[in-house]
Ligand binder design. Structure first.
Ligand code: NAD
Length: 514
């Protein structure tokens, strides 16, 4: 393994560019030769190769994080807070660089890349106020002469495994809080867009974080399993697809770890007959096609309560006609970029084939779509399907592309039953002008995050993010108070400083309060 200090500019000149790990405060390109290509999805060109960790890299990353924890956990609250503020200031000043990296590897348009950074920055800002959230409690004289108090201590080395679709925001759901609470983080980003993690590692170093406290381990299943099985790693925060989330939850739990594993989604938007259909159509476009549908909070099903379906579909189709699709870093900025890989594009296309074969009507067809001058990019056009049968795999499974399925229902109850009978429970939205109906919906729907006339209800940093059912395995959601609880463990101390005159002598009974 060779350790090289590199800046992004120097790396860009290397041929071929190998995106390495970040271990012990330095970029590490391993000698094992295991790599996989990283594409620019808008051009289809290979940008770089990313290293895939082997056992030696995994051991080095975890050992360095362990050493980092020993240093960091002894830092005073004031010193930790100073580093967090410095990170926040640097991120705020330089986020444009990070947005460009995200667009180049993920494909989402630049303003959307900036949007995910801003939502991540909210969590950094929440974490700067950590002293209030990790302080314990004190009960004086809980029993006569006895004080009881609690401490919230860090876990140690914590693992974060993130998906491709938010290479900056999803890691930022976890690491600001984990680090603020005194832990050392090993982040295993998606191998599809690994550069954002390295960029953030360099920023932490500039902010004054001791080496080893923020480690990036690039890799595939081998790296993930290394984290799940390591006795040093105390917890796992995972975000990704449901089958992998379930595997992570089961495997990490078996190895005695605290786990939060956020999975996939199939988010429904219920449009009642009294809704403002222009607003509903705008929001369906925003939530269905933004980031090419590669958002876990994307709307993928519109449940149109009759008689609104025909009018709503016409409005959505009309708006689709105005969308500009292209390279997310071009000017003027398009509305929507490409999908992440060619393989994923084929999968999305197959779901449209399945829907059609099962009897759905294809109103707008994005299959075979290409952008002039960027024919090798992984573009897929916005797609609108009507009358999608609820038995079709295109309805029951997550597509994760720019495909909006309309299902016509006759009543609120029919729509609610469909939402509640699905396997996922991440997000949902109701569009109505009836406050009573919205209130009933928020109470009856079996979903973790609900929008009322809001299509992508991602909670702000001081609430917590997480779904129900197969969208979240484990008890703790991401960020907010859940985040601080997840990344700390509590000790309760019962203490008596003897007043020599009050010594009660030997008593074998169970302690009772008096
Ligand atoms: P993914 O499950 O394929 O990968 C997620 C992570 O797991 C990556 O780091 C990947 O390297 C790793 N991984 C993949 N296969 C593995 C295996 N067999 N064993 C161990 N590790 C493995 O997900 P993705 O395609 O990167 O991301 C898209 C998915 O993430 C969608 O399903 C989306 O809904 C979901 N997602 C959910 C949320 C949420 O908050 N619930 C947020 C963002 C994304």
């Amino acid at each position: 393994m060779s350790i090289t200090e590199t800046s992004p500019a120097i790396e860009a000149e290397q041929t071929p560019l190998i995106i390495g790990h970040w271990i012990n405060g330095a970029s590490v390109v391993p000698a094992n030769g295991r790599t996989t290509p990283v594409y620019n999805p808008a051009t289809g060109a290979v940008r770089a190769e990313v290293a895939l960790a082997d056992e030696t890299d995994i051991a080095a990353a975890i050992a360095s994080a362990g050493a980092g924890f020993e240093v960091w956990s002894r830092y005073s609250i004031a010193k930790r807070q100073a580093v967090l503020f410095a990170f926040r200031e640097l991120l705020n000043a330089r986020k444009g660089e990070l947005a460009e990296l995200i667009t180049a590897e993920h494909g989402k348009v630049l303003s959307d890349a900036m949007g995910e950074i801003l939502r991540g920055q909210e969590v950094v800002e929440l974490a700067t106020g950590f002293p209030h959230l990790v302080k314990g409690a004190f009960s004086e004289n809980a029993s006569t002469g006895i004080d009881v108090y609690s401490l919230k201590q860090p876990l140690g080395v914590v693992g974060i495994i993130s998906p491709f679709n938010f290479p900056a925001m999803v890691p930022m759901w976890f690491f600001p809080i984990a680090i603020a609470a005194g832990n050392a983080v090993v982040l295993k980003p998606s191998e599809k867009d690994p550069s954002a993690a390295l960029w953030m590692a360099r920023l932490w170093q500039e902010a004054g974080l001791p080496d080893g406290v923020f480690t990036v381990l690039q890799g595939d299943k081998l790296a993930v399993d290394g984290l799940l099985e390591s006795p040093v790693v105390q917890s796992i925060s995972f975000v990704g697809s449901t089958p992998i989330a379930q595997y992570i939850y089961e495997t990490a739990s078996k190895h005695g770890k605290r786990v939060q594993a956020l999975g996939g989604a199939k988010n429904h938007m219920l449009v009642l007959p009294d809704a403002d259909l222009n607003l509903a159509a705008d929001m369906a476009i925003n939530a269905g096609y933004g980031a090419a549908g590669e958002r876990c909070m994307a709307i993928s099903v519109v449940l149109a309560v009759e008689p609104v379906a025909d009018e709503l579909i016409a409005k959505v189709a009309e708006r689709i006609g105005t969308l500009r699709i292209g390279n997310g870093s071009s000017t003027p900025e398009p509305d929507m970029g490409p999908l992440i890989t060619d393989v994923h594009r084929s999968k999305v296309s197959e779901y449209v084939d399945i829907a059609e074969a099962d009897g759905a009507t294809v109103i707008v067809d994005g299959r075979g779509f290409s952008v002039e001058g960027a024919e090798d990019g992984f573009f897929f056009g916005p797609t609108l399907l009507d009358n999608v049968p609820t038995t079709s795999r295109a309805y029951t499974e997550e597509i994760f592309g720019p495909v909006l399925s309309v299902v016509r229902v006759q009543s609120y109850d029919e729509g609610l039953d469909l939402i509640n009978s699905g396997q996922f429970g991440n997000g949902t939205a109701i569009f109505t002008n009836d406050g009573g109906a919205a209130r009933r919906f928020q109470n009856e729907v079996q979903v973790g995050m609900i929008g009322i006339n809001v299509p992508i209800p991602v909670p702000v940093a001081y609430h917590s993010f997480g779904g129900w059912k197969k969208s979240l395995f484990g008890d703790a959601k991401a960020y907010g108070v859940h985040g601080f609880d997840f990344f700390t463990r509590e000790k309760a101390i019962t203490s008596r400083w003897l007043d020599p005159a009050a010594h009660g002598g030997i008593n074998l009974g169970f302690p009772q309060n008096d």
